[in-house]
Design a binder for this molecule. Structure first.
Ligand SMILES: *[C@@H]1O[C@H](CO)[C@@H](O)[C@H](O)[C@H]1NC(C)=O
Ligand SMILES: *[C@@H]1O[C@H](CO)[C@@H](O)[C@H](O)[C@H]1NC(C)=O
Length: 405
């Protein structure tokens, strides 16, 4: 019991000493009180600038601009490019759009009471409270805001009246493609933004000076991002001139996918079709089967590749390739028809000569002595002619397209 009393006495003494020893300037405020107070100051300022005469339908005047139009500085952060669709000629992009302008009515530098601990900026999440530029995406097909778990948008108001808004959106944008060089092509996909209602007398958009489009290392499906070009594209329509800005993403198609999926299999099929020239001219089932199989495989391959492409009115580089491969295989099959015909012709002539002369014919010529029958001669010529022509075609094809790409 006495031990407990001693402990209590000790505690009281310690408390007393602590009270004396704590310096007077170190006020014992409840933790976080200054922050609560700051929130209250923010609320007061917000009520003051947004209450009363502020009308969110009326655009702010001037700011820094010379002619009194509102100048909005835009920058984008691209978070992901999820799909580049050749068939529908569109792509999907998820981005954070940031805009900045100056609204004199929202200046609150004078209203901030505590100058020693000034408010850096006010944050709003309700976009309807203040004036906003009516930006829209010209090449948009569909799009949506993100609302999980709160709308992904914020507005900051700075003491000097500068307003900055950040909003996260996902867009499906049109990207017209020219597929003449497909699959060695380079496409330009754009994001085009303009004002819907305000003409250039009232509102102009400009890219931020430095780093207008922030692109992380994007893992693009089947493409490589070469560069991004920002520009101004003010448009004149029947209702007036509207401010417009755009960024073009230069995308180069990854060729390796098509090399392994289309080009190498085609080369293999064409070479396999040449095996026929080395088989005996009397091996009719083997040579027919070889020709037909390679022809069908090639046709299926071609159809498979075109399945994911739009039906365009011009010839693509891939069509030239697959068409020529198909033609080579088709000619190899025709060559066998010729050989087969020649075999029967050979037999008939041999029989006729045998009837007349009584022994096999002796014919001259170099080639003729080694390969006495016409059918064999056709096969030997084909063995050399087909590879030669195919090599020649390859040289012309790759030179023509790789130099153009
Ligand atoms: C206006 O000009 C001032 C000084 O030149 C600059 O600090 C400010 O950022 C500009 N405001 C806008 C919205 O561009
Ligand atoms: C985008 O353009 C900027 C400025 O030209 C450049 O610094 C940046 O590397 C480009 N990003 C990509 C991914 O091409």
């Amino acid at each position: 019991m006495s031990k407990h009393l001693q402990l209590i006495k000790c505690l009281i003494l310690c408390g007393f000493l602590a009270t004396i020893l704590v310096p007077t300037h170190c006020q014992l405020r409840p933790f976080g009180a200054s922050r609560v107070e700051k929130r209250q100051r923010e609320k007061k300022i917000l009520d003051k600038i947004l209450g009363g005469t502020y009308d969110s339908n009326i655009r702010p005047t001037g700011g820094n601009s010379t002619n009194g139009e509102t100048q909005v500085t835009v920058n984008l952060a691209v978070n992901a490019v999820s799909k580049i669709d050749d068939f529908n000629m569109e792509y999907s992009v998820q981005l954070t759009q940031r805009m900045e302008w100056s609204d004199d009515r929202l200046k609150f530098f004078q209203l901030d009471e505590d100058r020693t601990n000034p408010i850096k900026h006010l944050t709003l999440t309700d976009v309807s409270k203040i004036w906003m530029p009516d930006i829209f995406f010209i090449n948009e097909k569909a799009g949506n805001f993100h609302n999980i778990i709160k709308p992904n948008v914020y507005i900051r108001i700075f003491p000097n009246g500068v307003v900055s808004i950040s909003i996260r959106i996902t867009l499906r944008l049109a990207c017209p493609m020219n597929l003449v060089l497909f699959p060695m092509d380079t496409q330009k996909c754009a994001i085009i933004m303009a004002s819907y209602a305000w003409t250039t007398d009232d509102l102009i958009f400009r890219w931020r000076e430095e780093n207008p489009v922030q692109l992380p290392d994007l893992a693009l499906p089947r493409f490589t991002m070469q560069s991004n070009i920002t520009s101004i594209c003010d448009r004149e329509t029947v209702t007036g001139k509207y401010s417009c800005i755009r960024v073009d993403f230069v995308l180069t198609r990854n060729f390796s996918f098509y090399l392994t999926q289309m080009y190498i299999p085609c080369i293999m099929l064409v070479i396999v079709s040449w095996v026929s020239f080395w088989l005996d001219e009397n091996a009719v089932p083997a040579r027919t089967a070889l020709g037909i199989t390679t022809l069908l495989t090639m046709a299926t391959q071609q159809a498979n590749m075109n399945k994911n492409l739009p039906p365009v009115s011009y010839t693509k580089a891939l069509d030239v390739w697959s068409g020529t491969c198909l033609a080579f295989i088709f000619c190899a099959l025709l060559e066998f028809a010729l050989v087969n015909y020649a075999t029967r012709f050979d037999k008939r002539t041999k029989a006729k000569i045998h009837e007349h002369v009584g022994h096999d014919p002796v014919v001259g010529g170099w080639l003729s002595r080694r390969y006495p029958s016409t059918s064999k001669k056709i096969d030997v010529v084909a063995r050399i002619l087909f590879p030669l022509l195919f090599i020649l075609f390859n040289i012309v094809y790759w030179l023509a397209y790789l130099l153009n790409a």
